[in-house]
Design a protein around this ligand. Structure first.
Ligand code: HMG
Length: 388
């Protein structure tokens, strides 16, 4: 029985920073950010968007096209948690009006969170083929104003429906996993911004890619040329470019061009959204599907990396007719609705979002009608509302 991704929904907040503006404000050559880092824009979440509201909004992109009664599992991967105890997925479940019998929880291992949620969902559907599962990755990447990581921030969410006989990507059995207890990137309990050993993190990412990619090919008796595309977790698009260079290093010209072209297609959304941690690899997938030219049956390799660190390489096969499940124009519209912030506006919003609003203070959102948002705390309980 084939199990895999049947629907995919994307959401990003309605504000962004242009990297040329940021470069000027930080006395940097814009080409360092545009080419050296590979980012042209980054989405910015104000106080009204968090892991819960973004996850709701991403799932609403496809919710009216699924049978809600069949959803037996809802897993949310995030490293932008809103509570140390209660799962963010419970707020999402209520907003989406899923049935009370749904099994739901939150998972964490840095950017690996959505991949492990997807694997749990795949195994759940194998055991319960008549049921489906929703998996969500939802994150705000925050390093801090005037830090080296500032240019690699972002905000957004990807939600996917996993089911038997999927319409988009059938997940192949097996995977290659690798982990080590290291300190390349982490966020202590008392901090809303990540701490990072930036250069070290990029080196570990590449080491783990080499290990898992080689091991996966060996396990499955595959060659690099068997992949129509390889996609990557993209903390910034140059990171994926470096990994892709390793992947094609020993390939002939035809195969090198094929994998370079698919990488170019897979990075377009991340280039404008920035790092969305758990959801970044799946933003690459969406971007590849919308902008690439892959035929049914194509083998896609996926490299997931979560700092700390845990990596996994796995693969899937594109299902005939996958294009019908995509809405590129709507995703483009979502990006284009964003308001460009001046650097002082961005810094103000960034600093404001470092703390929760005072208990009882009502927040309002300036996003479009139908968007869910965090409306503030009432008796220290988070309130979520839809703009009507
Ligand atoms: P930096 O040290 O300021 O940048 O920060 P740099 O000096 O290394 O320059 C970057 C690149 O720009 C270099 O190219 C320069 O040569 C080039 P490279 O050597 O890398 O090919 N450059 C220029 N190019 C064109 N024109 C110019 C120019 N000037 C310079 N004029 C760093 C970079 C990534 C370290 C920093 O932004 C950072 O710390 N970011 C956060 C950490 C990160 O994203 N790590 C990625 C791997 S870890 C990961 O993916 C997990 C993560 O998502 C978290 C999770 O798992 O939850 C982060």
């Amino acid at each position: 029985m084939q199990v895999g991704i049947d629907k995919i929904g994307f959401f990003t907040p309605n504000k962004y920073v242009d990297m040329v503006d940021l470069a000027h404000a930080r006395n940097q050559d814009p080409n360092k950010f545009l080419i050296g880092i590979g980012q042209s824009e980054m989405s910015v979440a104000d106080q009204t968007q968090d892991a819960v509201s973004m996850g709701i909004n991403a799932t609403l992109r496809y919710l009216d096209r699924i049978d809600k009664d069949k959803v037996g599992l809802l897993v949310l991967g995030t490293e932008s948690g809103i509570d140390q105890s209660k799962s963010a997925s419970l707020f999402v479940k209520t907003a989406l009006k899923l049935k009370p019998e749904v099994r739901t929880f939150e998972v964490k291992e840095a950017c690996f969170g959505l991949t492990v949620a997807l694997m749990v969902a795949r195994d759940f559907v194998r055991v319960h083929p008549e049921q489906t599962a929703i998996v969500i990755g939802s994150d705000i990447a925050r390093y801090g104003v005037k830090t080296r990581g500032e240019v690699t921030q972002g905000a957004g969410s990807i939600s996917m429906l996993v089911k038997a006989t999927p319409s988009i990507l059938a997940l192949n059995n097996g995977h290659s996993a690798y982990s080590e207890d290291i300190n390349d990137f982490w966020r202590p309990n008392d901090s809303r911004v990540a701490l990072v050993d930036g250069k070290y993190s990029t080196q570990i990412y590449l080491d783990f890619f080499k290990k898992t990619f080689a091991d996966y090919k060996k396990q499955k008796d595959l060659a690099t040329k068997d992949f129509a595309a390889i996609i990557y977790h993209l903390p910034f698009t140059k990171m994926g470019l470096k990994a892709n260079r390793i992947a094609v290093a020993d390939q002939d010209e035809t195969n090198t061009k094929k994998l370079q072209s698919s990488f170019e297609s897979s990075k377009l959304l991340s280039n404008r959204v920035g790092n969305i941690y758990t959801a970044s690899l799946y933003l690459s997938l969406l971007s590849l599907l919308e902008n690439g030219n892959l035929s049914a049956g194509s083998l896609v390799g996926l490299f997931s990396y979560g700092s700390g660190a845990m990596a996994e390489f796995y693969s899937g096969k594109l299902v005939a007719g996958y294009e019908q499940e995509l809405d590129r124009a709507a995703d483009e519209k979502m990006l284009n609705r964003r308001q460009k912030l001046s650097i002082p506006e961005y810094e103000h919003i960034f600093n404001e979002a470092l703390t929760d609003p005072a208990d009882g203070q009502e927040l309002t959102s300036d996003d479009e009608v139908g968007t869910w948002y965090f409306a503030g705390l009432r008796d220290h309980i988070r309130q979520y509302k839809k703009i009507i």
